[in-house]
Structure formats: structure tokens, C-alpha cells
Design a protein around this ligand. Structure first.
Ligand code: EPU
Length: 337
């Protein structure tokens, strides 16, 4: 079935809770429903959206928002150790994680409690606690809006990077609509608990089940990140910047210690949260917008009534402050629409 609304209020459909309208909002339940939609007849541009958890609407949207409600989950056994899980793009990401953990399957547990849908997870290459979704994706099925044909991509074709994929390339954006994702899960324990906070919790002991890891991840996230039910945000607002060894040495010379992660090629990733804190902006409030106290990488709609302009002004202030103090350019992780 297809459901269509014109001049639709998106306030309840984006986790930042920006009160903006789109010209047209369409939900579809199946790939065939999507195929039956005539894209040219709709207000342009088209925007595929999951739960709107990584977006900042900066003004009313003149085009059409397409929302997948393709909601299936199906396991396929592959030998004794491996299971493939096919899921519709409209499935809530955390519902999928909850189910696989309850079924004792390893692979998604570190990615617990991340808002959004399965389709959006594959666009964004969501990541947390040392795991990115590309590590578990086997492939993605799409509908090509240009040809109206179904297309299947293998994970190696999707150009996955840090919060990046082929679907973010302007050349492909709005062309391929993800309809389903195939995930590779394991029946045999494959815990990944090397990441700081998880390492501390398990103290080198193997977790008993994926559910045990999930519960710890949920605990860590609840402590650090705002509860999406009560505070509007889009998760991490900025990407963690990557600098050269030389730039890092210059920054580090001014501090007793600088948190960092070494990457290939001598590059160094510095937590943007630390830089924002050093700029004295942790907890800063500007009108309805604020920097979240427990995790300054997250900007929040503190009043519940924040406007896009207030969020954008705070974003600009942070980028300017970090540039002035460290000579480093922060880039938003949240997509601006
Ligand atoms: N930090 C501070 N001050 C603070 C908070 C943190 O200096 O007040 C520093 C600490 O050194 C800490 C470091 O920041 O060790 C990193 O913090 P954290 O482990 O919370 O992770 P992050 O780098 O801020 C990234 C992802 C998150 C993901 C976490 C956990 C990005 C942009 N964000 O955040 O993803 O959940 O790691 O793996 O890569 C998201 O994408 O929306 C998201 C929440």
C-alpha cells in the first residue's frame, strides 16, 4: 500500500524535532509499491528518509520525502556457523539488533540502541564501539528509480568508509532506493570488546552471549547520549577529525595528554568531543540549542522548540572555535537538508 500526504509536518518525523514541512510525504510497504510510484510526477527533489535520525532540516523541504515501510526479517542458514539475515529497509535498526541478540546470533550487538532504520544504517555505515555495519553487511538490494529495475550490490561495491558509502555520492543520490539489506551473522561467539568502554566492563572476560554485550552497550549509551524520547538530537553532530602526525604533534605539545586513535598511514583521529570541551563549549546553550553536557559531540534541541537557525548558529560557533584553537576543521556528520 502507498500512503501520501501533501504539505506534511515533519516535526514528528525527525529526531532533532525541527518543525518544517515537506511538499509531499509518501510511505510504501513493498518494493512493488515503490516501483508503482512515478517519480517525475512528484514534487522535486526526492529524499529517502528513515526515522530522520541523522538529518538537520534547515528549512521547509520543497520536494517529496519517501519513507520505506518494507518490514520483513528472514533468516537463511549457511552451514553450521553462519546465518544470513535479510531485512527490509523500513525495519527499525534496534528492533533488528534486539531480535538477533535474543536469538543468540553474534554480529550486531555492539550496534545496539542506534536510532534509525535498516536502510539508513546501510547508507550511513553506522558505527559504534569498534564495529561498523559494513563489517556485517553482505549485500544491499535497491530499486533504481531511473530504470525502475531491481539492483543488488555486494558489500565490496558499496565504497564504504567512515560514515560514508556509494549512496552518499551526489552522482547516485536519489537514484538508488535501498529496499533490503543482507547481513552476515555468526552462531559461534565473535565478541568485539576491545573498545575502551566495553573493554573496561568485561575486563578481558569473554561475554556469555550477544545479549550480554547488548545490555552493556545500552548502559553505556544511556549514560552518554540524550534519550531520544525526551531530548531532540541527531546523535553525533560532527565527524571525528583526522589529522597528520605533524599536526597532531603540534596540538599535543600544548597539553599534558590528548585522547587520540592511530589510523593507517600515520594519521591520527582526535575526538571532536575533546576539542569542543577544550573550547569551553561543553553544555553551552544558545537560545533553544545546546551542546549536550555528557557528550559534547551531540547538539541538542534543548528547549524542544529550537529552530534550524539556532542549531546552525551553534554549529558555526563550534567550528569557528575549534578552528581558532586547534587549526582543525570540523565537518558535520549530520546531513543538512
Ligand atoms: N570525550 C571528551 N569529553 C567528553 C566526552 C568525550 O573529551 O565530554 C572524548 C574522550 O576522550 C572519549 C572520546 O571523546 O574517549 C570519544 O568519545 P566516545 O567514545 O563517546 O565516542 P565518540 O568518538 O564521541 C563515536 C561515534 C558514535 C559512537 C561512539 C562509540 C562518530 C562521529 N561518533 O563517538 O556514533 O556511538 O563513537 O563508538 O564517529 C553517531 O554516529 O551518531 C554516534 C553516536
Amino acid at each position: 500500500m502507498i500512503r501520501r500526504w501533501d504539505n506534511f509536518d515533519l516535526g514528528g518525523r525527525n529526531t532533532f524535532r525541527m518543525r518544517v514541512c515537506c511538499a509531499c510525504y509518501i510511505e510504501y510497504d513493498t518494493v512493488e509499491d515503490l516501483r508503482s510510484i512515478e517519480p517525475c510526477s512528484l514534487p522535486q527533489p526526492l529524499l529517502c528518509m528513515g526515522e530522520g535520525s541523522n538529518l538537520l532540516f534547515t528549512r521547509d523541504f520543497p520536494g517529496t520525502v519517501l519513507r520505506s515501510c518494507i518490514n520483513y526479517m528472514k533468516y537463511f542458514d549457511v552451514g553450521a556457523h553462519e546465518v544470513l539475515l535479510a531485512a527490509g529497509s523500513g525495519v527499525k535498526w534496534d528492533a533488528l539488533v534486539a531480535k538477533t541478540c535474543a536469538d543468540g546470533l553474534w554480529g550486531l550487538e555492539n550496534l545496539s540502541l542506534i536510532p534509525g532504520t535498516v536502510g539508513a544504517a546501510a547508507v550511513q555505515n553506522i558505527g559504534a564501539y569498534g564495529v561498523e555495519v559494513k563489517d556485517v553487511i553482505a549485500g544491499v538490494t535497491c530499486l533504481d528509480l531511473q530504470t525502475r529495475g531491481k539492483v543488488a550490490f555486494k558489500v565490496g561495491e558499496l565504497r564504504y568508509g567512515y560514515r560514508d558509502s556509494l549512496f552518499k555520492d551526489p552522482a547516485f543520490k536519489g537514484r538508488y532506493v535501498i529496499t533490503g539489506v543482507l547481513l552476515r551473522l555468526s552462531r559461534v561467539p565473535r565478541p568485539r570488546i576491545g573498545y575502551g568502554a566495553l573493554k573496561e566492563v568485561f575486563g578481558g572476560c569473554a561475554p556469555a552471549s550477544p545479549e550480554a554485550v547488548r545490555q552493556e552497550v545500552i548502559g553505556i549509551r544511556r549514560k552518554k547520549l540524550p534519550d531520544p524520547e525526551s531530548i531532540g538530537s541527531a546523535g553525533s553532530f560532527f565527524k571525528n577529525p583526522v589529522v597528520s602526525a605533524l599536526e597532531f604533534a603540534q596540538i599535543a605539545s600544548g597539553y599534558e595528554s590528548v585522547p587520540h586513535f592511530l589510523l593507517d598511514g600515520g594519521l591520527v583521529k582526535i575526538p571532536a568531543a575533546w576539542m569542543i570541551e577544550q573550547c569551553g563549549l561543553k553544555g553551552a546553550r544558545r537560545g533553544g540549542a545546546a551542546v549536550y553536557e555528557n557528550q559534547p559531540l551531540v547538539l541538542i534541541n534543548a528547549s524542544g522548540m529550537a529552530t534550524p537557525e539556532e542549531i546552525l548558529a551553534l554549529e558555526g560557533e563550534i567550528i569557528g572555535a575549534v578552528r581558532a584553537k586547534f587549526g582543525v576543521e570540523l565537518h558535520p556528520e549530520v546531513e543538512h537538508i
